[in-house]
Design a protein around this ligand. Structure first.
Ligand SMILES: Nc1ncnc2c1ncn2[C@@H]1O[C@H](COP(=O)(O)OP(=O)(O)OP(=O)(O)O)[C@@H](O)[C@H]1O
Length: 270
């Protein structure tokens, strides 16, 4: 189980994440939603320890993640794989080598440097590519792939790390609608077939509702909603997304179109 307790991060006088607390059960598929600048990225990066919290604790299966350093911190980053909006692949290298980078902690470093990967690791990497229907691209330079294909390579790289948690930071933000579904399906498959917990930052409410078991809504750094997608009312969605509400909830089934100037949240209910 992942426990986040009173987690905050300040950048100068600006508070990016304010006193966030929640628990996530193993095997859950949780979406973090909110408008641009709400603190979603900072939250995920703190969990991976790419950013250090100003206050608060992160505990995973009894391990105090916030206290880790050196080798233990590297091990944690292996257990909690990150997936980024811009894929973070090495474009000039072939697809298989990019996936093999996820095995780097399990082989002597000279092997990774000279590209002398053990056959067993190559088989693991190929099998991960097969799962996402891109094994045929293994020998291709990664920069020649489409965005959706590249994100699947990044997911395969995360998978061969054998993580227990996947932290996906807006993984579909730069993809077209078809590739959005392909990539979200890949994450869902990992979650449902392998039981890997997924925590995924998403801007689109429609996608979050379709794929996640649970949503955590953030606004101005604070957690303002935590519950099942069905519990997220129209009024709450408007509160979370503010001025961006029209972009993200207009097409959601069961939601009324947003009227400019309409009151939100408690004010709307009054
Ligand atoms: N390194 C930094 N230095 C200063 N301010 C930062 C830094 N990183 C994030 N912030 C600020 O913290 C706030 C939260 O940013 P964050 O990227 O976490 O939001 P987000 O919800 O992920 O937004 P987006 O969807 O646009 O990525 C923003 O106001 C942002 O400008």
């Amino acid at each position: 189980m992942l426990v986040v307790e009173g987690l905050s991060r300040r950048f100068g006088v600006h508070t990016a994440v304010a006193d966030a607390s929640f628990e996530i059960e193993r095997g859950a598929f949780v979406g973090v939603i909110g408008r641009s600048g709400a603190g979603k990225s900072t939250l995920l990066r703190m969990i991976n320890r790419l950013i250090d919290p100003s206050e608060g604790r992160i505990v995973f299966d009894g391990v105090e993640v916030t206290a880790l350093s050196g080798r233990d911190l590297r091990l944690w980053r292996r257990r909690a794989a990150m997936i980024f909006q811009q894929f973070n692949l090495v474009g000039r290298l072939d697809v298989l080598t990019n996936v093999l980078m996820g095995r780097v902690a399990t082989v002597p470093s000279w092997r990774a440097v000279v590209g002398a990967w053990p056959d067993a690791d190559k088989a693991i990497a190929l099998s991960a590519l097969e799962q996402f229907d891109i094994a045929g691209l293994a020998a291709q330079r990664t920069e020649t792939l489409s965005g959706g294909q590249q994100q699947r390579v990044a997911i395969a790289r995360a998978l061969v790390q054998e993580p227990e948690l996947i932290l996906a930071d807006e993984p579909i933000a730069s993809l077209d609608p078809r590739n959005t579904r392909v990539v979200m399906d890949a994450l869902l498959r990992i979650n449902k077939h392998l039981g890997i917990t997924v925590l995924c930052n998403l801007h689109s409410l429609d996608i979050a509702r379709d794929y996640c078991d649970r949503l955590i809504g953030m606004a101005a750094g604070a957690v303002v909603f935590d519950g099942a997608p069905a519990q997220l009312t129209d009024a709450l969605a408007r509160e979370i997304y503010g001025l961006e509400a029209a972009d993200v909830i207009d097409h959601a089934p069961g939601l009324d179109p947003v009227r400019p100037g309409a009151p939100v949240g408690e004010a709307a209910a009054a």
